[in-house]
Design a protein. Structure first.
Length: 290
């Protein structure tokens, strides 16, 4: 911490009581994965979820810097909100000192506040469905994208589902991507209506929710390597498609991720090049009720 320029506030504070994980442990973890984490957070609006008194107490979202924030903190004003940007290890340490556990990012990259350079999906299984059902839908989605010439990066959500990230050339608006993924979901639902749900109303969902709404303006997703604020300290972990069917969400935690990185490296170290969003946008016509 000394070489970062300040001391961590309350390093002994317990963040995950069931796992005896302290704020100091959280910071050690984030510094251990800072290289691959910062590759995706840098120059993006950050929404952190803070748990100053640990995960058994109510947490809250924070976008604007708190009062008394250091002058070196990088920010980006967008529509009345002055977002923090997670640019470096010093900012990680500052955020953890505030009780920040989860780091969620926007698909926007500075300075373009209107056109995402990431398109993404959240595949969220509805009970009694589980992770295996999310895996089945991920495979169908990857195949559908491959059929139109697009590739996606894959990661666990850190909870019960999976996330797909598609690097794209900026151009479409968030609403364009919202409709395009809604159209993609409708195409996949025709093949597996028992598995795919597009219902925005949670009470009406079944199977796995194909959450195209995550592409709407203002939405965020957990960053790659972000912790999640549930017992076990799970991590949203990048995975290879061939690992589907061989991994479980609980495999990737604060305690196991550093050893995974040493064993397999950062599998997103060479990200996909920005892709032409045209094939995806042509699916807008398939979006129901647009």
């Amino acid at each position: 911490m000394e070489n970062l320029g300040f001391s961590l506030k309350h390093p002994e504070k317990v963040c995950y009581p069931q796992d005896a994980i302290t704020r100091q442990d959280v910071l050690r973890y984030y510094l251990a994965v800072s290289g691959p984490l910062l590759r995706f957070t840098r120059d993006r609006p950050l929404t952190q979820i803070r748990y100053p008194d640990g995960i058994e107490q109510k947490g809250f979202f924070q976008k604007n810097p708190p009062s008394g924030a250091p002058p070196w903190l990088a920010t980006w004003p967008i529509e009345g909100t002055r977002y923090i940007m997670l640019q470096d290890e010093r900012t990680i340490a500052y955020a953890v000192g505030l009780g920040g556990l989860e780091f969620h990012i926007s698909p926007l990259r500075h300075p373009d506040s209107e056109h995402p350079d990431l398109a993404w999906l959240d595949l969220d299984p509805m009970p009694p469905c589980g992770f295996d059902d999310a895996v089945a839908l991920a495979r169908l989605t990857l195949s559908a994208l491959d059929a139109i010439g697009l590739k996606a990066l894959l990661k666990t959500s850190g909870k019960r589902g999976l996330h797909l990230f598609l690097p794209i050339r900026p151009g479409p608006t968030p609403h364009d991507l919202f409709l395009a993924f809604k159209g993609l979901g409708a195409e996949i639902r025709r093949v597996r209506p028992d598995l795919v749900s597009l219902e925005r109303l949670k009470a009406r969902r079944h199977g796995v929710y194909f959450d195209f709404g995550q592409s709407a303006a203002g939405h965020t997703l957990a960053a790659p390597y972000s912790l999640r604020a549930v017992p076990g300290a799970p991590v949203s972990c990048p995975i290879r498609p061939e690992e589907l069917g061989h991994i479980r969400p609980g495999d990737f935690t604060l305690c196991t991720m550093p050893s995974r990185l040493r064993a397999v490296g950062d599998i997103w170290a060479e990200p996909l090049p920005p892709q032409d969003p045209g094939p995806l946008l042509r699916l807008v016509a398939a979006a129901p009720g647009r």
